[in-house]
Design a protein around this ligand. Sequence first.
Ligand SMILES: Cc1cc2nc3c(=O)[nH]c(=O)nc-3n(C[C@H](O)[C@H](O)[C@H](O)COP(=O)(O)OP(=O)(O)OC[C@H]3O[C@@H](n4cnc5c(N)ncnc54)[C@H](O)[C@@H]3O)c2cc1C
Ligand code: SF4
Length: 338
Amino acid sequence: MIGFEYSRAGNVADAVRQMAVSPGAKFVAGGTNLVDLMKMDVERPVKLIDVTKLPLDKVEETAEGGLRIGALVRNSDVAYHPLVERRYPMLSSALLAGASQQLRNMASAGGNLLQRTRCAYFYDITTPCNKREPGSGCSAIDGLNRMNAILGTSDACIAVHPSDMCVALAVLEAKVRVTGPSGEREIPLADFHRLPGDTPQRDTNLEPNELITAVELPPRGFAANYTYLKIRDRLSYAFALVSVAVGLELDGGNIREARFALGGVAHKPWRNAQAETALRGQAAGDAAFRQAADIVLREAKGFGHNTFKIDLARRAIVRALSQAARGTPQTQSIKKIA
Ligand SMILES: Cc1cc2nc3c(=O)[nH]c(=O)nc-3n(C[C@H](O)[C@H](O)[C@H](O)COP(=O)(O)OP(=O)(O)OC[C@H]3O[C@@H](n4cnc5c(N)ncnc54)[C@H](O)[C@@H]3O)c2cc1C
Ligand code: SF4
C-alpha cells in the first residue's frame, strides 16, 4: 500500500490553488480510471484532490446556440440529457457505446477526456513502457499489439486513446475549457490530445496544474445524418477495435458537409481533412465513401497482430458513412435505467 493524502476542493479557485502547491498531486472525479491505475501501481499520486463537489455538474445552453457540459456531469447524464439527445445524438450514441451503465453513472466528462490508454503493457509494471517509464522501451511494437494503433504512431509508442466520447467530440469540434494558475483558456478538441512522438508520457496538451471545467459544443450537431459505429470484441465492457463517428449534411443525394473521426486507431481521435474535403459535393454513395476511406488509410501501418485493423477501418468507414447518409445510426439510445 502506497500512502497518499486526500483533500476535497471547495471551489474551482481552491482546486487550482491546492494543485499549484502540491506537485505530484492529481485531481480525482469518478475515480473509475485513476483508482484502478493506483491499485495497479501505474499511477502514484502523492495527493488526491477530490473535485466532485465543485459546481461543474450542469448542462447549459450557450449564447452562441451550443451547449456547455460541466466537467463533472456524469457520462450517463450527458448521454440522456434531452438537449444532447435531440441536438447531438452522435454524442449520446458514443457515450452509450462505452463501458457499462454502472461505470457511466460514475464517470465524468473531464475524466473521460483524460482516461489513459488501455495498452496492456502500460498496466503491467513488470514490462518496459515509454508512456509509464520514459526511456524504458515499448513492449507493444514487437509484442501483443492487437488493440494498438495503426495511424500516427512513433518508434516510442503505438498506444491508442480509448475514449468513445472524444471521437464524437472531434466531429462536433468541441472546445475544452480549462482553468489554471494563470487563468482560463480554451483548447480545441483537435489540439487537446497529442500524438506520441518522442514524449508518449504526455497524453494531452493540458498542463499538469490545470483543471478542466467544461466541454463546449458549437451549435452544429448533425442530428439528421449521423452515426457512431463501434466495432469491438463484445457488445459491452469492451473498448473499440475501430470506431467511426460521422456527421453529414446532405443536399438531396449530394454531400454538402462531411466530418468523420476514427477511434481505436491512434493516440487521439483521428480526422483527415483531405478525406472530408473529397466527400463534399459528391453523391452520397459507396464510390465516394470508399475513396474517403482510402485517403485516410493510405498512411496506416500495422504491427502484426493489429494489421487486420487497416481493412476493418476501411470497411467501418464505408459502413458508417452509408448509415449516416441513410439516417440509420448504429447505436440507438437505450432506455435509461433508474
Ligand atoms: C471496465 C471499464 C470499461 C470501460 N470501457 C470504456 C469504453 O468502452 N469506452 C470509453 O470511452 N471508456 C471506457 N471506460 C473508461 C471510462 O469511461 C473512464 O474511466 C471514465 O470516463 C473516467 O472518468 P472519471 O470521472 O472516473 O475519471 P477519474 O478516474 O476520476 O480521472 C481520470 C483522470 O482524469 C483526471 N481528471 C478528472 N477530472 C478532471 C478535471 N475536471 N480536470 C483535470 N483533470 C481531471 C484525473 O486526475 C485522472 O488523471 C471503461 C472503464 C472501465 C473501468
Ligand atoms: S504502446 Fe505506448 S503504452 Fe503501450 S507499451 Fe508501448 S510505450 Fe507503453
